[in-house]
Every structure is written in structure tokens, then in C-alpha cells.
Design a protein around this ligand. Structure first.
Ligand code: TMP
Length: 236
């Protein structure tokens, strides 16, 4: 597999073309961003931990019937993935109240949400990722009606698989964000799943083990990511 030129650089990952037009390389950097890029720091080992974490989760989801872009780990910081046409939509599921839900609706943090809440956000830093719904997606042609329903369905299937996996390792999957793309017309999970894009709390102590440690300046960010990885069995 030959790595060619940089196609795109996001806030925490870069994408490179390869000699195969169907495959690209995702390179996980140590850059850590919050508040739509307002706070950015380099956290040593983050790229490697998230790359390996993501590989483990994507393989688990794939084995459980969720189509993912993941092909294989290439090295500490890079993975080979399918070259997809990404949809500019973030799919969020919330099992417990936290973050923007609390700020928007005046809900206290830590309330069990039954049934879980599903939200769409438009992926646009300049607009601070505003919340949107099925109508915005259809009217502005961000995704077809069928694909919107497929994304929702796959996001909820992911919830069942991952809630159970984290619960067995003594953690609560509070909420998480997924991004999907199209590969040869099929809706496929892309981007990454790591503690950068979800909230995880220790089930006994409530200790935050995700990017809220960075957002809230709690320290021990990578140590927490490594603890989660070790508890669920990610080989680091
Ligand atoms: P929120 O509470 O800020 O809306 O975030 C909900 C979940 O989605 C949380 O686990 C963090 C994740 N998320 C991202 O990873 N990137 C984003 O740009 C946003 C808005 C949320």
C-alpha cells in the first residue's frame, strides 16, 4: 500500500490518498480540540491510543453487523479505511444527560434518559455544529430519506453493542457521536469511535474517562483514555 498525498486535514486526523482509489489512510494526530477548535493542545500518545481504540471498536461493530470503513491497522498512528463520501451530519445518542443537552434544556447532569435521545447536528465548526432534524437534512439534500433512517438505525444498533461492552468493563456510555458516509451507495460508519467523541463514566465512582477531562481542564486525559482501553481489552 503506497501512501500518496494529503487529501484533507481535520482537527485531530488527516486523510491521505493511496495507490488504490477505494482506500485512504486515516492518520490520528496528537492534536486535541474542543469547543469547535477554540481550544487545541497536543497530548502525547493521543493519536496512537485513539487509532488503536478505534480499530478495536470498529472491528467489534463490523463483527456485530454494523458496516464500517475500517480495513486494517497500518502502524501506531495510521489505519487503512474505505474512501467514502462523508455526510456532513453528526449522529448523537444520549443514554444519560450531559453536555449540550443540559445547557440547552436546563436538565441536571446524570439523569437516565429512557428511551435514549437521538439528535442530529450539522458538521460545521463556523456555525458551532447546530442541531438539525430530518427536515433540514432532506430539504438541504444532506442525505436521502432512506439513508437518514439507515444512519439512525445503525447508531442505535451501535448503542446496544457498546453500552453492553462498556457496562461489562464497569463504565457507563453516557453519550456518543457517529459520522457516516457512502461507499458504493451503501451507508457505512466512518470517522472514529474513541474517548474523543463519547462520554464514559466509571460506573462506581462517576469519574469522567473521556474528552470532558480536556474540555473541563481536569487533567489526566490520556491516562483516562488508556484506562478505558485497558479495561475493554484494547491491545495498546
Ligand atoms: P454535546 O453534549 O456537546 O452535544 O456532545 C454529545 C456527544 O457527542 C459527546 O459524547 C461528544 C460528542 N461530540 C463530538 O464528538 N463532536 C462534536 O462536534 C459534538 C458536537 C459532539
Amino acid at each position: 500500500m503506497e501512501k500518496r498525498q494529503e487529501l484533507y486535514a481535520g482537527k485531530a486526523k488527516s486523510v491521505y490518498t493511496t495507490d488504490d482509489p477505494d482506500l485512504v489512510i486515516l492518520s490520528f494526530r496528537d492534536d486535541t480540540s474542543a469547543f469547535d477548535g477554540e481550544k487545541v493542545e497536543q497530548l502525547s500518545r493521543k493519536g496512537e491510543v485513539n487509532n488503536k481504540f478505534n480499530a478495536f471498536i470498529m472491528e467489534k461493530l463490523q463483527a456485530s453487523g454494523v458496516p464500517t470503513h475500517f480495513e486494517r491497522l497500518l502502524n501506531a498512528n495510521e489505519s487503512l479505511v474505505k474512501n467514502m463520501e462523508m455526510m456532513p451530519i453528526e449522529c448523537v445518542v444520549r443514554n444519560v444527560s450531559a453536555g449540550s443537552l443540559c445547557r440547552r434544556l436546563g436538565v441536571e447532569e446524570g439523569k437516565q434518559l429512557n428511551p435514549p435521545i437521538f439528535e442530529f447536528f450539522l458538521k460545521d465548526d463556523a456555525l458551532h455544529d447546530p442541531m438539525i432534524n430530518e427536515y433540514h437534512i432532506e430539504t438541504f439534500s444532506l442525505a436521502s430519506y432512506e439513508n437518514v433512517h439507515k444512519m439512525k438505525e445503525l447508531t442505535f444498533v451501535t448503542n446496544m453493542i457498546l453500552q453492553d461492552m462498556f457496562a461489562k468493563a464497569g463504565m457507563i456510555l453516557v453519550d456518543y457521536k457517529l459520522e457516516f458516509g457512502l461507499f458504493k451507495g451503501e451507508v457505512v460508519l466512518g470517522d472514529e469511535f474513541s474517548p474523543d467523541g463519547c462520554r464514559l463514566w466509571d460506573a462506581d465512582t462517576g469519574k469522567k474517562l473521556d474528552k470532558d477531562r480536556f474540555r473541563q481542564g481536569l487533567g489526566g486525559v490520556i491516562e483516562a483514555y488508556e484506562e478505558v482501553a485497558q479495561r475493554i481489552g484494547v491491545p495498546l
